[in-house]
Structure formats: C-alpha cells, structure tokens
Design a protein around this ligand. Structure first.
Ligand SMILES: Cc1cc2nc3c(=O)[nH]c(=O)nc-3n(C[C@H](O)[C@H](O)[C@H](O)COP(=O)(O)OP(=O)(O)OC[C@H]3O[C@@H](n4cnc5c(N)ncnc54)[C@H](O)[C@@H]3O)c2cc1C
Length: 304
C-alpha cells in the first residue's frame, strides 16, 4: 500500500486528529530535540490502538510506542515508520476500595494526586516524575526509595500476538529500571495497584517535600530526560561524573548540568547528536578515570 493510502487508512481508524505526518519529535520529547517521525498515530482507545497495530503489522511498517517522551533521545534524522503515542486519552484513573486502576496515558502526577485524594499511600514518590503510566511501568520508574512495582498487582498489556492480557505484577520481572515489557514486547495499557490507607495530609507533605528536593537539586529549568545514566552498583552516576571534572562540560548545545552532573541538559540549541556525543564522551572519561561502565537510562530512538 502506498503511503497516502496507508495514511488514509489510519485516518479512517483514528480520525484526522489521530494521524500526523512528518511530525517533529522535538515537540514530543522533554529534551526538545529529534527530527520528524514519518507518521505519528494517536489512538485514544484500546480498540483504536489494536486496530492500528494490526494495520502496521500487515503493512510491515516499523513502529515504536512512546508516552510523554520524558526518557527519550530521538535521532535528528527522525524515525522511519510510525510512532504510536499513548499519552493523550486512555488516561482514566479508577479508585475503588484501596485499589487503583490507571490507564496508560494517565500522568504520574495525576496518579499520585488521585491516590492521595482517596486516602491511599505509597505513590508519593511518583508525583514529580514527568512520565505517563505506560512508560513508567515499562521503565519501572522510581525515586526516593519507591518504584512503580512496589504496590502493583497487575499490568494490562497488548502482547506480540496483539492479544490483550492481564499479567500479574509478579510475572513482570521488575528490577531497577527494567520490566519484562522490554524483552516480551508488551505494550502497556494500564496497571492496577493495591495501596495501604494513609493520611492525605501526610502524603501530600511527603510529595511536596520530594518535589522541593527535585527543584533544589535538579536542573528543571532546562530540557532534559532526567538522569542520563543508570545508577551503577554501589555508586551514583552524578558523583562519578563530577569526580572526573565533567560538570559543565559541553558539546554543542548539550551540557553536563552544573547543578547535577547526572543530568545532561539542552541549553537551548542542542541537537540530539550533541547529546549523544556528550553521552559517549562522559562514558569514555568515566571508564578511563574510574573503571566504571555507565549505562544510559535514556532510550534512544532512530539512527545514531
Ligand atoms: C526532569 C525529569 C525528571 C525525571 N525523574 C525521574 C525519576 O525520578 N525517576 C525515574 O524513574 N525517571 C525519571 N525521569 C525519566 C522519565 O520521566 C521516566 O522514565 C518515565 O517513566 C518515562 O515515561 P514516559 O511516558 O515519558 O515514557 P517515554 O519517554 O515516552 O518512553 C520511555 C520508554 O518506554 C517505552 N514506552 C512508553 N510508553 C509505553 C507503553 N505504553 N507500552 C510499552 N512501552 C512504552 C518507550 O518505547 C521507551 O522505550 C525523569 C525525567 C525528567 C525529564
């Protein structure tokens, strides 16, 4: 099928608002960099998602699923094929008797606030992470001693055969910034949590204190994707990078943050290539100087 016919087919499934051509990925990443995706698809229902996946499969069009783009570095050349964005719509959060069931597009901030409003504790750590639920489950995002997996009971996914399944959380192989979704190709549709009762004011204070710590320590005034590297065993990436004298080091518009060396920031004019080269440089210097291999936490999409 030629690309015009294919686009028309997606428009018939998702409506005009659900299909964009040559969409600049810089508008969909918190780094604010990245070239165009040939096609961006924005399904608002599970059925819409499965039907576009079916067409993409039939046509042999490569695709990638994203959420709020807060952990992504997208190539300046963009992405060939389709980007399926699950961060608009599919964002219900249902609270019932100590249980929360949230859809993939729900923001972590909304999830945290809804749980607090319902008098439930345990998700305060997530209130300042700028992702959507689906991306956070995929990444097993975490902060301040909490991780997405902690109170999770099950995850709703689309599997490789395009079947919708509920997977018990215990079968999701969660570990530090890892989930079974990475190996099994699951697309996360939602997750259920069973949370202990809490005092809403205490939870709110806790969330606000975490967010104040973020504002104090992190370079939130600049575009970034949060911590660039995973935490190496027994150490902190930021501490190692700082010890190598790399704080403030820059390539083009990408800089190792002066405020927190664990963050690479876009000072305004960065290309993804600058960020990528800075990641490689930091890795190399840290390896030479300390013997520690840093592994990027940020996911790279497109050709580098
Ligand atoms: C200022 C700042 C602070 C941050 N602080 C933290 C922090 O404290 N802790 C932390 O863990 N992270 C942090 N992050 C990183 C990021 O917010 C998290 O990793 C977040 O969970 C990513 O969610 P997202 O929706 O933006 O996913 P995206 O960045 O869009 O995608 C991330 C990965 O998940 C995959 N993906 C996305 N949605 C789905 C889905 N529905 N199904 C299957 N795969 C999917 C993508 O293909 C990609 O591989 C921070 C980022 C920023 C910018």
């Amino acid at each position: 099928m030629n690309s015009e016919l294919l686009t028309a087919r997606f428009v018939s499934l998702l409506g005009e608002a659900g299909v964009r051509e040559n969409e600049p990925m810089s508008a969909h990443t918190t780094f604010k960099t990245g070239g165009p995706a040939d096609l961006m698809l924005l399904p608002r229902t599970e059925e819409g998602l499965v039907s576009v996946l079916r067409v993409l499969r039939e046509e042999g069009t490569p695709y990638v699923v994203i959420g709020r783009g807060s952990n992504l570095l997208v190539s300046d050349e963009g992405i060939r094929g389709a980007v399926v964005k699950l961060a608009q719509g599919m964002d219900d959060i249902d609270v019932r008797e100590g249980r929360i069931i949230a859809q993939t597009g729900a923001s972590l901030k909304a999830l945290c606030l809804e749980s607090i409003r319902a008098g439930l504790a345990g998700l305060e750590f997530a209130g300042g992470i700028p992702g959507a639920l689906g991306g956070a489950v995929y990444m097993n995002a975490g902060a301040y001693g909490g991780e997405m997996k902690d109170h999770m009971t099950s995850v709703r996914v689309v599997d490789r055969a395009l079947g919708i399944r509920e997977i018990p959380a215990a079968e999701m192989d969660f570990s530090y910034r890892h989930s079974a979704a990475m190996e099994k190709g699951y697309i996360v549709l939602g997750a259920a949590f069973s949370l202990p009762a809490g005092d809403p004011q205490l939870s709110l204070d806790k969330m606000n204190e975490f967010n104040a710590r973020r504002r104090e320590k992190q370079p939130l005034a600049y575009p970034s994707a949060g911590s660039t590297f995973k935490r190496p065993k027994g150490n902190y990436a930021g501490t190692l990078i700082e010890s190598c004298g790399l704080k403030g080091f820059s390539i083009g518009g990408a800089q190792v943050s002066e405020k927190h060396a664990g963050f690479i920031i876009n000072t305004g004019s960065a290309f993804s290539r600058d960020i990528y080269e800075l990641i490689l440089h930091v890795k190399e210097v840290v390896l030479q100087e300390t013997g520690v291999v840093l592994e990027p936490e940020v996911k790279m999409l497109g050709e580098f």
